[in-house]
Design a protein. Structure first.
Lengths: 294, 210
């Protein structure tokens, strides 16, 4: 999927690799990157959406008659050939009728559930800069990443390979900003280090609060170790209206089957094998003709 | 001694052609499921996926093999579930299973065609298959089910793998090295009269009466 080598000395440093030991973090260093989505200055032009499909050479099928009504949206949902889309929803707030706009794509979690759930060594990688990416050559198509994801992101093609936003890792590693950020005409999208983006977001939130949006927040859910996409939500008390879970976290089931259940399994299976072997060498086979009474 | 030698030569039928075909259908599919599943379950064994046909292919074949396995287990259930009902003697047998392990079968209640261990393994497979099949379908098509149920399914599939896998290890050991003479029962369908008299005396007497 990406053009960046993920092994050896070439390419970006790695922070985490699925089903593998943690890479040594002391060799290659990089600042954690982030894209700030300031919903308060988004005009819903969908330029980012167009730039995304253009840069990644995607051709998502266009809206067909008879399809479910999607309103102002271009699509009803993400697809293997659609890495990001704008979501629009109308709702009532104390400010009257409000248009909830969200940029919907992979959030690039600090502690990615997909990577945690993935059973195939190296199929999901997280670079030192925080970008989470898939390596289809190592993917077995089990779709466990969907179970790991708290944001319902991966979409699978006909060969069961997952597709999602890769933060334009090819552009970023060449020193360019991601395509969506480049296309944004209102500066609603910002790209930089996570630190810078957070301080910028804080300023915007303070401004919003002065303007009467008292519930404005920065959306950077700690349950997934923070995210690579952070949002300024003017109506921070209603993240669900933006299509974002209030408390995003990796399901405890994933930790259960990746942790205690694995240990239990190893003890039971190896123990059984050892037990059978001990029976053999301590008591011997249970033979039919080795009794003296006959 | 004379009699023992004679009894070793007498062969009695234990498993019909149907029994053997069903058993090996389940056994061979389970073998593939066990090792391909192990490769998905544990990254340490992901090389098994390469060995069994490649990463994608093995993952692709696993659910189809699972369907075949389920058909086999259904046939097994129809054929053997009645024989596997536990009796009060079986409970005594299970409580004193240590004598069986120590090769002191004579201290246990007389066994019919199947001993309590075999029966319990049978039920482990029947129940395990239901869990494997139900959770497996959800894991196969995770986009068509609520994701929380899919997560639960992965847990249940893993748990069933551990428990049935342990039973399978014991079963293979007993059927080959652990209890000599057993394997031929599932290959030729026949066991020696001596084997039957020792391990399944009640069944042996029934056969002799006929």
């Amino acid at each position: 999927m990406s053009t960046v080598t993920t092994e050896g000395t070439v390419g970006l440093g790695l922070k985490r690799v699925s089903a593998s030991k943690l890479p040594d973090p002391n060799i290659k260093r990089a600042d954690t990157l982030a894209i700030l989505v300031d919903i308060s200055s988004c005009i819903g032009c969908k330029g980012c959406e167009a730039a995304c499909t253009q840069w990644h050479d995607l051709k998502p099928p266009l809206f067909k008659e008879g399809q479910d009504f999607v309103g102002y949206q271009s699509y009803s949902d993400l697809m293997p050939s659609l890495f990001m889309m704008m979501k629009f929803k109308e709702g009532e707030t104390e400010k009257g009728l409000t248009w909830f706009i969200t940029k919907y794509q992979c959030m690039h979690c600090g502690d990615p559930g997909c990577l945690k759930a993935c059973p195939s060594p190296g199929a999901i990688i997280q670079y030192e800069n925080g970008i989470v990416d898939f390596d289809h050559s190592k993917c077995i198509g089990c779709k466990f990443c969907l179970s790991g994801c708290p944001f319902d992101i991966p979409r699978y093609d006909a060969n069961n390979k997952p597709w999602k936003c890769n933060f334009c890792v090819d552009r970023v590693s060449a020193g360019l900003e991601p395509a969506c950020v480049k296309a944004c005409p209102t500066n609603c999208l910002h790209f930089g280090t996570k630190e810078d983006m957070l301080s910028r977001a804080k300023k915007i939130v303070d401004q919003l609060k002065r303007r009467g949006f008292e519930k404005a927040i920065i959306y950077d859910p700690p349950g997934v170790g923070g995210t690579g996409y952070i949002y300024v939500l003017p109506h921070g008390d209603k993240p669900q209206m933006y299509g974002l879970p209030k408390e995003a976290s990796v399901s405890p089931w994933i930790s259960l089957w990746k942790g205690p259940l694995k240990i239990f399994g190893a003890v039971v299976l190896w123990g059984t094998l050892l037990g059978a072997f001990l029976q053999l060498i301590l008591f011997g086979p249970i033979k039919a003709g080795n009794k003296k009474e006959d | 001694m004379e009699e023992t030698r004679h009894m070793e030569d007498v062969q009695i039928e234990r498993f019909s052609r149907f029994d053997r075909v069903v058993h090996w259908l389940v056994a061979i599919t389970f073998l593939y499921l066990f090792f391909s599943g192990l490769g998905i379950y544990s990254p340490k064994f992901s090389w098994l996926l390469t060995l069994l046909g490649g990463l994608d292919f093995t993952r692709w074949l696993h659910p189809w093999t699972g369907l075949l396995f389920s058909v086999g287990v259904l046939l097994m259930f129809l054929r053997w579930s009645k024989d596997f009902l536990l009796t009060s003697d079986d409970v005594v047998w299970l409580k004193n299973v240590k004598y069986y392990i120590k090769s002191e079968e004579e201290k246990l209640p007389e066994v019919g065609k199947y001993n309590a261990g075999q029966k319990v393994f049978g039920w482990l497979v029947f129940i395990g298959c239901v869990v494997f099949l139900a959770s497996g379908v959800l894991m196969w098509f995770p986009e068509s089910f609520p994701i929380s149920l899919v997560r639960l399914s992965i847990f249940l599939h893993d748990l069933a793998f551990i428990l049935v896998g342990a039973g399978f290890i014991v079963h293979v050991y007993m059927g080959t090295v652990g209890v000599p003479g057993s394997l031929s029962g599932m290959i030729t369908g026949k066991v020696s009269a001596l084997w039957a008299m020792r391990h399944h005396p009640k069944w042996f007497k029934e056969v002799m009466r006929r």
